[in-house]
Design a protein around this ligand. Sequence first.
Ligand SMILES: Nc1ncnc2c1ncn2[C@@H]1O[C@H](COP(=O)(O)OP(=O)(O)O)[C@@H](O)[C@H]1O
Ligand SMILES: Nc1ccn([C@@H]2O[C@H](COP(=O)(O)O)[C@@H](O)[C@H]2O)c(=O)n1
Length: 202
Amino acid sequence: MLIIGIAGGTGCGKTTVVNQIISELPVDEVCVISQDSYYNDTSHLPYEERVKINFDHPQSIDFELLISHLKKLKKGETIQQPVYSFIDHNRTGETLPTKPRKVVIVEGILILTNPAIRKMFDIKIYVHADSDERLIRRLKRDIAERGRDINEVLDRYQTTLKPMHQQFIDPTKEFADIIIPNNNYNTVAVDIVRTIVKDRLN
Ligand SMILES: Nc1ncnc2c1ncn2[C@@H]1O[C@H](COP(=O)(O)OP(=O)(O)O)[C@@H](O)[C@H]1O
Ligand SMILES: Nc1ccn([C@@H]2O[C@H](COP(=O)(O)O)[C@@H](O)[C@H]2O)c(=O)n1
């Protein structure tokens, strides 16, 4: 099994890069694990408290569950990946059965901050886009897809996104084997990663 970790700040294009990588691969050869599925279960908190959580701090992630799921996949077991709602700021209670595959891609802003999970990755990738580009993309995406308005995104950017990015996420670039510049769509870099993955599948 080849486990690839893909990190980078919010809006850098991780999900887009993952979709480009897997688009030409057989569906039964690859599975994707999103760090967002592993936000802590906060069902015990009311919505008014959940909305105040700092979702860009490493402590917001249930790394224990994520690591145990990766270990299960390595052992050939199917896992139940939690489904997360950005509207409710919580897990939905539903799960997505995820089968072990030859290639497992784990993507998320904080996945390279955790030493134990870092050790599990065969390839570590950091997707980079400038902060103004990321903020513009995040604004558009969160308003269109995650039920947010401009004030919510800008407040969160100033209070948590920017400081957490500087403190925790950007420094993980140093752990990356490959850094993909993604201010523009980077088809060359995606092709290189695809070639590595295809080589592994043969
Ligand atoms: N290279 C790019 N150029 C322009 N827009 C992009 C690029 N990569 C991603 N996007 C767009 O930016 C938004 C955020 O991308 P996404 O892949 O969800 O980022 P992430 O998963 O890192 O938060 C999406 O709407 C996506 O279509
Ligand atoms: N309830 C939540 C949980 C997370 N976020 C934000 O999502 C970002 C990470 O996801 P990406 O797809 O952008 O990598 C992170 O920056 C959190 O602030 C949220 O807004 N609400």
